[in-house]
Design a binder for this molecule. Structure first.
Ligand code: FCB
Length: 482
């Protein structure tokens, strides 16, 4: 099962079924000649970067005083990771950060987006600090600044301290308070050096996959837990923004959202309504409360229960005027009306079952659909109050083979070229998109999928920790050369 197929998985979970993954195998030769645009077409101020997440790259899971996170617990639990791996070592970035940051520079990227592992700096989630963990991020930041790469920090990319999970995790309102303490601590610690911050990575992904579907840490399967986790997450999202702005002089404050272009299977009212419900969950659920529009529960009445978890004043607390929002797009969803799963009554058709001619599918069973990023950029830019958009993640997993020390990843190169053409189109159509960050720097631990799906611009040999810049990375290096 692939994690972006949220509803399909929810339905199967509800039905107590499991299915084997089915990957479409396609062989196509792609023309990877020049894309027809240059770096200059995006403008001189446009930022180019790579994005990563602490748990997916750092390893050193119990080194130098780090406390366990829910992802340590989850990956150590039998049956949770498809490949039976853990993130204990991942890319060992904790020890290789200098040479990895050198690779970012070598590819002529401006920005390194990374996240802080909360339990590395506050092993119990609150209270006592871990100086060695704090020093590690100082070292990463200092090295970025030394070589001329901008550090962009995500406060939370899914690895909640296990100590907080033991007290109920995100469904417990105290986790919101703990998050504020953590955000306050790290922004004061690093705020004099780092100006660019993102509060959360894809709130919908970790609240839904972790609390309703059970496919990600902490592995819960309850609509009630999802709604509580979602509300405390949305409060943290806005309050995190306020904390950054208060503690970091001249901060550029953002947060990120997972976004999918969504089409009904057919232009029939029942499928259109199903697509609207999926849109409300996948695209609207976390951005609308920030903008003062509330949760989109009129479209999904089954989630109205979220209002039970409001305390007086919460309506206001959910709002914040972010300087930018991060859009993270990989694919598009084709949706049909269905009796499963309940609440959504909608079915996301898996990519390998979509009635689409010549469909291209990645190793995540996600459809390659470049126009999707254009549509999503237009959609989010249309909300009143959006000042700036950055594509904080976009990329693709394809099977890579090492041949004589090279990785000829034509499909990934073509993917980037086609998606970038659509980003440029949106920019020309007036969307204020000011940066583009690839997912990801190097092949890493792809959550419940293990290390099988390779998303990197750089190839990781997980046995030796050797890195090789793939052809896609070399293409960026050349494209970005000033
Ligand atoms: C995004 C996550 C990122 C990575 C990519 C493939 O949803 O933010 O950590 O897993 O998908």
């Amino acid at each position: 099962m692939q994690r972006r197929d949220l509803l399909r998985t929810l339905a199967l979970t509800t039905a107590g079924l499991t299915v084997l993954p089915a990957f479409a195998k396609q062989n196509f030769m792609r023309d990877i000649a020049g894309p027809g645009y240059t770096r200059g077409d995006f403008g001189n101020d446009f930022l180019w970067g790579v994005a990563t997440a602490a748990y997916q790259i750092e390893g050193a899971w119990n080194v130098d005083g780090k406390g366990p996170s829910i992802w340590d617990t989850f990956s150590h639990t039998k049956g949770k990771i498809k490949t039976k791996e853990t993130g204990d070592m991942a890319c060992d970035f904790y020890h290789t950060y200098k040479s990895d940051i050198d690779l970012i520079k070598e590819m002529n990227m401006d920005v390194f987006r990374f996240s802080i592992a909360w339990s590395r700096v506050l092993p119990n989630g609150t209270g006592e600090k871990n100086q060695k963990g704090i020093d590690f991020y100082h070292n990463v930041i200092d090295y970025c600044l030394q070589v001329g790469v901008q550090p962009w920090i995500t406060l939370y990319h899914w690895d909640l301290p296990q100590a907080l999970q033991d007290k109920g995790g995100w469904p417990n309102r105290n986790t919101y308070t703990a998050f504020c303490e953590y955000a306050n601590m790290v922004t004061k610690e690093y705020g004099s050096k780092v100006k660019n911050w993102m509060v959360l990575n894809e709130p919908l992904a970790y609240t839904a996959l972790g609390h309703m579907i059970g496919m990600h840490a902490p592995g819960k399967k309850s609509v009630g837990k999802f709604l509580r986790a979602a509300h405390h997450t949305a409060l943290s999202q806005a309050e995190g923004g306020r904390i950054i702005r208060a503690n970091v002089p001249d901060a550029n404050v953002g947060t990120t959202f997972s976004c999918s272009d969504i089409d009904p299977l057919k232009e029939k009212p029942k499928h259109q309504r199903a697509a609207a419900r999926v849109d409300a969950l996948l695209n609207r659920f976390f951005i609308e409360p920030v903008l003062g529009m509330g949760y989109p529960v009129d479209t999904i009445p089954g989630f109205k229960g979220i209002k039970k978890h409001f305390e007086p004043g919460d309506e206001e607390k959910l709002k914040f005027d972010f300087d930018f929002i991060g859009i993270q797009n990989y694919t598009r969803e084709l949706v049909k009306a269905s009796i499963f799963p309940p609440v959504m009554w909608a079915w996301q058709i898996p990519a390998d079952k979509k009635p689409v001619e010549n469909i291209e599918i990645t190793d995540m069973n996600w459809e390659v659909y470049p126009e999707g990023i254009y549509n999503v950029l237009k959609k989010f830019a249309a909300y009143p109050g959006i000042k700036k958009i950055i594509v904080t993640e976009n990329g693709a997993a394809f099977t890579d083979t090492l041949v004589d020390g090279r990785v000829h990843d034509e499909k990934r190169t073509k993917f980037y070229q086609d998606y970038l053409a659509q980003v440029l189109r949106a920019k020309k159509d007036g969307v204020n998109v000011t940066g583009y960050y690839c997912w990801t720097l190097m092949d890493n631990f792809e959550w419940a999928e293990g290390t099988r799906p390779r998303f990197g611009l750089v190839y990781t040999d997980f046995t030796t920790q050797k890195r090789i810049i793939k052809d896609s990375g070399l293409w960026f290096k050349d494209f970005l050369r000033k």
